[in-house]
Design a protein around this ligand. Structure first.
Ligand code: FES
Ligand code: ZN
Ligand code: ZN
Length: 302
């Protein structure tokens, strides 16, 4: 097979839109796609101070590589959840990825802050829910405390289409209204953006391999029983039957998202947590409740 653009031997096949490409043109195709997503949703500009949540996996590694290559000002934050060997291995990859693209990396260690790991929290909530709430809080507060005005995550098309499918099946209207490539900042909420929103896991993996980006490929040992991989599997099966299902599903969702209208400023999240001062639905925010805090976590870097 020949590359669609230059006619040389193709190295990579993109199932949607059915295309054979050589390595060089795959890089051009992939980077253009990300650039278009950033511009289409006006995610950030060269003036912004961007924090990227870096976890050692391929998604955040590819996002940081490309943003740096595009000339944006970014710094990484690695959150160590204290899950033994898995966290250590993730940290080593995250550090190497940041070093390779020459961006500063910050580390927040849950075990140092609270004397226990994410799986040692006594709570009726599932570990993944505790983990999700902890990640959201720490990344947002770190960005807020250290004057970043944009927070980037490595969520890709497979993640997003499976979240939407899962939230539709469970009719989580509020989540659906908040789902999207960009969640605007308001008050102490920093703007959150997903530059990999329109690229698939397969494309990201190809890009990482072509560039030579190393990453951790194991999944978190605590994620067993999580439902999202099942939705991903279903969407992958549908994609095999008719390519383009995921991107068309997500584009259709974005066109119809007004049906699930959610206004962060007008939502019930209006109070300030009386422990940490961050936005909260109740008197004390979920994070401070989970970790049993009586004073705010200090995340400001001196
Ligand atoms: Fe969240 Fe493992 S990464 S529970
Ligand atoms: Zn080519
Ligand atoms: Zn709080």
């Amino acid at each position: 097979m020949r590359c669609k653009f230059c006619g040389r031997d193709a190295d990579i096949y993109i199932p949607y839109p059915r295309m054979h490409l050589c390595k060089e043109h795959f890089i051009v195709y992939f980077e253009r796609k990300i650039e278009r997503t950033i511009n289409r949703y006006k995610m950030f500009s060269k003036e912004d101070k961007i924090l990227i949540a870096i976890g050692g996996g391929k998604d955040s590694a590819v996002a940081s590589y490309i943003l740096k290559r595009f000339g944006y000002t970014i710094e990484g934050l690695f959150l160590d959840l204290g899950i033994g060997g898995f966290s250590e291995k993730s940290r080593r990859y995250a550090e190497k990825q940041c070093k390779d693209v020459d961006i500063p990396i910050h580390r927040v260690e849950i075990r140092k802050l609270f004397n226990r790991g994410i799986n040692e929290v006594k709570s009726s909530r599932p570990t993944c829910a505790i983990c999700g709430a902890t990640k959201r809080y720490i990344f947002n507060k770190f960005a807020y405390d250290n004057d970043f005005n944009v927070l980037v995550t490595g969520h890709n098309l497979d993640d997003e289409s499976s979240f939407v499918l899962s939230n539709l099946i469970n009719w989580n209207i509020e989540y659906l209204g908040r789902q999207g490539p960009i969640l605007p900042g308001t008050g102490k909420f920093i703007r959150k953006v997903k530059p990999l929103y329109e690229v698939t896991e397969v494309e990201i993996k190809e890009y990482a391999d072509v560039i030579g980006i190393e990453y951790i490929s194991e999944r978190c040992p605590l994620s067993k029983g999580e439902k999202i991989p099942r939705y991903k599997h279903v969407l992958n099966e549908l994609e095999k039957m008719s390519s383009g299902v995921k991107i068309n599903f997500i584009k259709g969702f974005l066109r119809n998202r007004h049906l699930f209208k959610f206004d962060l400023g007008k939502s019930s999240i209006l109070k300030e947590c009386k422990v940490c001062g961050m936005p909260s639905q109740g008197e004390v925010c979920v994070f401070c409740r989970i970790w049993g805090l009586d004073k705010p976590v200090e995340l400001k870097v001196s």
